[in-house]
Design a protein around this ligand. Structure first.
Ligand SMILES: [Zn+2]
Length: 111
């Protein structure tokens, strides 16, 4: 599967809405694609932080949808602005301004 296909499926993947076969295909991709694996980890952290703020109260589907969209949009903007630093011929490393940062959930978003 291509990264673009994986990214289209991540929302459903994280919501556990994929068939077992599709999950397996996504998992196989994540094992060998650090980019997509990083994206999943970031989204899981965002969702985990959200759940931590309301452990007894499952967020509404609409709110989770908005959170996922916001997290994905934020990652796209990081990706667009990430400076690529050549290490050696054929090897590049990206430095991500947001890497390692804690996800902040703005509670004012939750209505
Ligand atoms: Zn990928």
């Amino acid at each position: 599967m291509k990264c673009s296909e994986i990214k289209d499926l991540l929302g459903n993947y994280l919501d556990d809405e994929l068939t077992q076969e599709m999950r397996n295909r996504v998992n196989r991709h994540l094992v060998r694609c650090r980019d997509c694996a990083w994206e999943v980890k970031s989204l899981e952290e965002a969702i985990g932080a959200l759940r931590a703020t309301a452990p007894d109260d499952r967020p509404t589907a609409e709110f989770r949808e908005r959170l996922l969209e916001a997290a994905l949009a934020e990652q796209r903007s990081y990706r667009a602005s990430a400076p690529y630093v050549p290490l050696e011929e054929g090897a590049y490393v990206a430095t991500w301004p947001g890497q390692g940062r804690e996800w902040q959930i703005d509670e004012s978003e939750e209505e």
